[in-house]
Write a protein that binds this ligand. Structure first.
Ligand code: BES
Ligand code: ZN
Length: 640
C-alpha cells in the first residue's frame, strides 16, 4: 500500500469506536508565517536554500580564512569543486547571507580566470542567491570574500565575555547559518568534504569540525581536513584560548584552561558511551570524538559538529547528572551526521532518532532508572508543549510550510519522535529493533534522506516482517496525526510517584519538609519535585522550601532554572539576586528564555526584566537576542 492512500483508511479506522486519537487541543492557535516567497520556495529542491543542486552540486571546499578579531571578520577565499548533474548546466547557484564577495575566478583558466556572477533571489532569512557562470573547462571556482561583523552564524566575544584574557569566536551553522560565513549550497541534501587553512593571532588557537592538527600552527597558520562528506550545517569553527586534554582512546576535551579539568571529570563516561552505541548501531565512523566546551553564551545545549561536538558549560554540574547531553550529541554521529535529514521538514529524522539513541546510551551507562526518569520528564514536558502547539505542529510531519527552518524543531520533533521509536522497539523487541536500526544506518550511511525514504525502509524491513506487531496505519498515526496515539503507553516511574505523594502530604500538612526526605535525590528527582509543586505557593512555603533545601544557592543549572521560574511566578524576592547572576552569566536559550517569559508575564517584574536584559544582552548570541528582544520588547535599532 502506498502511503498517500493511508489518510482515507486512517479516517475510516478512526471512526471505529475506541480508536479515537487523543488529540491535544491547543490553548491558542498561532498563525504560521505566511510568506510571500512560499510558492516559489516550494519549487526549489530545498525551500530553505537557493541552491539548485539538482543541476550542479558542490563536492569539496578548500576554505582559507584569516580571523580578524579587531574588525570581527573572517577574510580570505573558498575554492569549490563541483559536479554537473545536468550536462547542459552552465551556472552554479549558491547561498550567501551578508557576505562581501570580492572576486570570483576559475582556478585553472589562466587566460581568462575572471568569472561573471550576480545576485539572484533574496530573502531576509534565506540571504541572497549567488549565481556564477561556470568556466568552460569545468575547473574549480575560487571565491574571494569576507564576512560581516553581524554574520548570523558567528559570535565574536571580547576577552571580558569569556572570563579570559583572549577574545573568542565560534560558529553555529545549523540550520541555515553556514551561508553567513561561507558561500556554499546550504542545504542538508548536499554533502561536501573540506580542507581548511585558518590563520589566527598567535595567542589563540582554532579548532574545526574536522581532523584537528593539535600541533601548534606555524605563525598562527593551522591546517585541517575533513575527509568524510558532511552537510553544510555541520561545518564549524571556534577560536580562542583553547587547551586540550586527552581523557580516553577516542576522546579529548577542548576547553579554556580553567574549565578543562572539571569537564574532563564531568564527561568521563564519553568513551563508554561510544562503546555502547557502537555495540547497538555499528562502528563510529568519524575517528576522534572530541568535546569543545564553549563559553557560557553558547545558545544551545550542544551541537553535534562531527569529530568535535560543541557543548555548553552549563551541563558541568559536578556529578555527571547532566551528561545525557553528551549522549545526545554523540548519538548524532549516527542519526544526523551519518544519515541526515534531506530537508528541515524532516528534522525529526535527526532529532527524534537521536533522542531515542540518547536514551539507549543513558540506559547503558547510567542504568534504566535514570533513563526512565528522563523519559518521564520529557513526556510531561512534551504534553505541556503540545498544549501550546497548533494541531499541524503536533504532527511529526508538519504539513504547514515555514520559511524559518527553526520552526521545525520542537518537543514534537525530539520527544514525540523518540517515543515513536520507543514504541517501535516495544512492538518488535529490543534485539530486533537494534538490528533494524543498525542496518538502516549502514544502508543510508553518508546520505541525506526524507521521511518517505525512511517509511519505505521501515515497511520493507520491519512492518512486512512483523505485520501482527506493527501496521503502516499505526505508523501513519504517529507521523500524520496530532497528539499522542492512544495505543502508546506513557513512561512512568515509582520514584516520581513517591515524590508526588510526598508533595501531597506536605501540602496537606501531614508531613514536614526535612533534608532527610531528599537525601538521595538525583537531579532528575529534584526536577520532578520542583515541577510537582503547585504553581501558586505562599511566601511561607517558598521560604520553607528554600531554607530546607537551599534552592536559591543551587549551582546545577537545570535545578536552578526550575527554582528561579517558581520564584518569578510567586514573586519570591530573595531569589532575585541569584536570578540576575544566572541571566547575566548564561546565554543558553533553553534556560534563559522561559525566565524572561515568566518575568514579562508579571507586570510588576517587567522593569526587572528590562534592567537585567540591558546588562546581559551584549553577551548573548544573536540567536538568543533575536528571540528575547521580542519577549522583552527590546528594539535593537534604537539602542545600537
Ligand atoms: N542539533 C541540535 C541543536 C540545534 C537544533 C541547533 C536546531 C540549531 C537548530 C542539538 O543536537 C540539540 O538537539 N541540542 C539540544 C540538546 C538536547 C539534549 C536536546 C539543546 O541544545 O538543547
Ligand atoms: Zn540534537
Amino acid at each position: 500500500m502506498r502511503l498517500n492512500q493511508i489518510p482515507f483508511i486512517v479516517f475510516l479506522i478512526l471512526m471505529l469506536p475506541g480508536c479515537q486519537n487523543s488529540q491535544i487541543k491547543p490553548k491558542e492557535t498561532t498563525v504560521i508565517i505566511a510568506d510571500s516567497s512560499q510558492p516559489a520556495a516550494l519549487k526549489r529542491p530545498d525551500p530553505h536554500s537557493y541552491s539548485r543542486h539538482d543541476r550542479v552540486k558542490i563536492k569539496h571546499l578548500d576554505i582559507n580564512l584569516e580571523v580578524d578579531f579587531k574588525d570581527k571578520v573572517l577574510a580570505g577565499f573558498v575554492t569549490i569543486d563541483y559536479e554537473k548533474i545536468k550536462p547542459e548546466a552552465s551556472q552554479l547557484f549558491l547561498d550567501t547571507r551578508d557576505l562581501k564577495i570580492k572576486r570570483i575566478t576559475a582556478v585553472n583558466d589562466s587566460n581568462n580566470p575572471k568569472l561573471i556572477w550576480r545576485y539572484g533571489q533574496s530573502h531576509e532569512l534565506l540571504g541572497k542567491q549567488l549565481i556564477i557562470d561556470l568556466p568552460d573547462d569545468g575547473s574549480a571556482i575560487k571565491i574571494q570574500y569576507q564576512t560581516m561583523p553581524k554574520a548570523s552564524g558567528l559570535q565574536w566575544l571580547s576577552p571580558s565575555q569569556t572570563n579570559g584574557k583572549q577574545p573568542y569566536l565560534f560558529s553555529q551553522s545549523q540550520a541555515i547559518h553556514a551561508r553567513s560565513w561561507i558561500p556554499l549550497q546550504d542545504t542538508p541534501a548536499v554533502r561536501v568534504t573540506y580542507d581548511a587553512t585558518i590563520t589566527v593571532d598567535r595567542a589563540v588557537k582554532p579548532v574545526l569540525s574536522a581532523d584537528n592538527n593539535q600541533q601548534k600552527g606555524v605563525d598562527g597558520v593551522y591546517k585541517f581536513s575533513m575527509p568524510q562528506a558532511i552537510p553544510s550545517y555541520l561545518i564549524a569553527i571556534a577560536v580562542g584560548d583553547i587547551t586540550h586534554q586527552k581523557i580516553s582512546e577516542h576522546v579529548s576535551i577542548f576547553a579554556a584552561p580553567d574549565v578543562v579539568e572539571a569537564a574532563a571529570y564531568e564527561f568521563s563516561e564519553t568513551e563508554n558511551m561510544i562503546t555502547a552505541t557502537e555495540k547497538y548501531y555499528g562502528s563510529y565512523r568519524w575517528g576522534q570524538y572530541d568535546l569543545l566546551i564553549l563559553p557560557p553564551s553558547f545558545p544551545f545545549g550542544g551541537m553535534e559538529n562531527p569529530k568535535l561536538s560543541h557543548i555548553t558549560p552549563t551541563v558541568i554540574a559536578g556529578d555527571r547528572s547532566l551528561d545525557s547531553l553528551i549522549a545526545h550529541e554523540l548519538a548524532h554521529s549516527w542519526s544526523g551526521n551519518l544519515v541526515t535529514n534531506a530537508l528541515w521538514q524532516d528534522a525529526w529524522l535527526n532529532e527524534g532518532f537521536t533522542t531515542y539513541i540518547e536514551s539507549r546510551i543513558v540506559d547503558a551507562v547510567h542504568g534504566k532508572e535514570r533513563m526512565v526518569m528522563e523519559a518521564t520528564l520529557a513526556y510531561e514536558a512534551l504534553l505541556n508543549s503540545m498544549q501550546e502547539l497548533p494541531l499541524d505542529q503536533q504532527k511529526l510531519i508538519n504539513p504547514t510550510f515555514s520559511i524559518d527552518p527553526d520552526d521545525y524543531f520542537s518537543a514534537v520533533t525530539y520527544d514525540k519522535g523518540r517515543f515513536f521509536l520507543d514504541w517501535l522497539e516495544q512492538q518488535v523487541g529490543r534485539e530486533v529493533f537494534d538490528q533494524f536500526l543498525n542496518m538502516y544506518f549502514d544502508q543510508f550511511a553518508f546520505q541525506s534522506i526524507t521521511t518517505a525514504a525512511f517509511t519505505q525502509y521501515l515497511d520493507d524491513n520491519l512492518v512486512k516482517k512483523y505485520p501482527e506487531k506493527i501496521s503502516m496505519k499505526q505508523v501513519d498515526v504517529w507521523l500524520n496525526e496530532p497528539g499522542m496515539p492512544d495505543f502508546f503507553t506513557p513512561p512512568t516511574t515509582s520514584q516520581f510517584d513517591k515524590i508526588d505523594q510526598l508533595v501531597e502530604a506536605w501540602l496537606s500538612n501531614e508531613l514536614q519538609l526535612t533534608t532527610a526526605i531528599s537525601r538521595a535525590w538525583t537531579t532528575q528527582e529534584w526536577l520532578h519535585f520542583l515541577r510537582a509543586l503547585p504553581s501558586q505557593l505562599t511566601a511561607e512555603q517558598l521560604q520553607l522550601l528554600d531554607q530546607t533545601f537551599s534552592l536559591t544557592q543551587r549551582q546545577n543549572s537545570e535545578i536552578a532554572h526550575d527554582w528561579l521560574l517558581i520564584s518569578i511566578n510567586n514573586q519570591y524576592e530573595v531569589a532575585y539576586g541569584r536570578l540576575i547572576t544566572y541571566l547575566t552569566e548564561i546565554g543558553r536559550v533553553k534556560l534563559i528564555k522561559p525566565l524572561y517569559e515568566a518575568l514579562m508575564a508579571q507586570p510588576a517584574l517587567n522593569n526587572l526584566a528590562a534592567n537585567i536584559y540591558q546588562k546581559a544582552r551584549a553577551s548573548y548570541h544573536p540567536i538568543a537576542t533575536s528571540q528575547i528582544d521580542t519577549i522583552v520588547g527590546h528594539n535593537p535599532d534604537v539602542s545600537e
